[in-house]
Design a protein around this ligand. Structure first.
Ligand code: 2NL
Length: 344
């Protein structure tokens, strides 16, 4: 029996050594499991001793071995506490300066075309126009046919169109006019809408992008005149660019309006005095306008004896370039937030 107790003492010594060497909780728990746990060496030894001992000695052996196991438990708890105290002390050493200012988030910025579009929409909203939108992939009917541009019409040459492969009647809309067509097909006059949106043409240079943004307007009711068109356009241009602005309507041609006009506005660089940009004329071309052609009304089922209307259109991108003084349209599509952030 003496030698067996020696063996237990030896195991206790090994346990103590390994426990002292353990530097983290996981290691401490492993050492405890190896010796003091349910299948640990010391507990197995205790069972072995009790089993082989004569009945008279079982009680004293049980007592002696339990004392050793109590030491093991106490040493294990002590080791865990030591590690916990060290971690807590280290945590307390950490210093946090609560007076430091917070870190600012980097903000994005609305795109200048979005800013310009919203401003245009707001000005027209104040004079009774609502915003209408529609699909960017259109049918030949809505994009051309209903706008008095049948398949053999030379006016189609004015627009280089993207067609959907193997679908000769499906196009990327070349203007936002198909939305006006859809609106007129869906409702009776009076109609007062403004239609902003992305359109597509096969063009690509410093002032043309194959994808660009337009806004068109349409007003249809009884007794609408060319004078109403002039008044609305002048009001709009003055609200957007200043009360000293003027407009000029020059006779022109569009298949969907009659009469038609090119729309010029005072040069925003010289305010109409004449400069290099406006080639001394004091005006720059911005878009077009006119009275809705009866042929368009026929396609949407409006009675052109009863109703008249005006329509107009221009490029939002070009308007934003003029408003913000941007010299190349591609800046708008580079996706550089430093560019966008310059505009308020
Ligand atoms: C331009 C000229 C214009 C229209 C667009 C229009 C739409 C319908 C009926 C009649 Cl549904 N007209 N739109 C009319 C005149 C000019 O745009 O230079 N745009 C960039």
């Amino acid at each position: 029996m003496a030698s067996l107790t020696d063996e237990l003492q030896q195991l206790l010594q090994q346990f103590t050594q390994q426990l002292d060497a353990a530097t983290n909780e996981q290691a401490v728990r492993k050492v405890y499991a190896d010796f003091g746990g349910a299948n640990g060496a010391i507990r197995l030894k205790q069972k072995e001793l009790l089993k082989s001992a004569p009945n008279a000695e079982k009680r004293s052996i049980g007592q002696a071995t339990n004392e050793i196991l109590q030491k093991v438990d106490a040493a294990f708890e002590g080791a865990l506490k030591r590690l916990g105290d060290a971690a807590a002390a280290k945590d307390l050493e950490r210093s946090v300066d609560v007076t430091l200012p917070g870190r600012a988030h980097r903000l994005g910025h609305l795109h200048p075309i979005t800013l310009a579009r919203r401003e245009i929409e707001a000005i027209f909203a104040q004079i009774g126009f609502t915003v209408a939108v529609g699909p960017q992939v259109e049918t030949d009917f809505h994009n051309f046919e209903a706008l008095a541009m049948p398949k053999d019409h030379p006016a189609r040459d004015m627009q280089d169109t993207f067609y959907v492969e193997n679908s000769p009647d499906v196009v990327l809309r070349t203007h936002t006019s198909p939305v006006q067509i859809r609106t007129m097909l869906a409702q009776k006059p009076p109609v007062r809408i403004i239609v902003p949106g992305t359109v597509y043409r096969r063009d690509d240079d410093a002032t043309h992008s194959p994808m660009f943004n337009q806004v068109e307007g349409l007003c249809v009711d009884e007794g609408i005149s060319f004078g109403d068109l002039k008044g609305v356009l002048l009001h709009f241009v003055r609200r957007l660019l200043g009360d000293d602005m003027g407009i000029r309507l020059r006779p022109s041609f569009f298949p969907f309006t009659e009469p038609s006009a090119e729309l010029d506005i005072s040069c925003v660089f010289c305010r109409g005095k004449g400069c290099r940009t406006c080639k001394g004329t004091g005006f720059i071309e911005i878009g077009g306008a006119g009275m809705v052609d009866p042929e368009v009304f026929r396609h949407v089922g409006y009675d052109s004896e009863k109703y008249t209307g005006f329509a107009f259109g221009w490029g939002i991108d070009r308007m934003a370039m003029l408003k913000y003084g941007v010299d190349n349209i591609t800046h708008f599509f580079d996706g550089d937030v430093r560019f966008a952030r310059q505009f308020r």
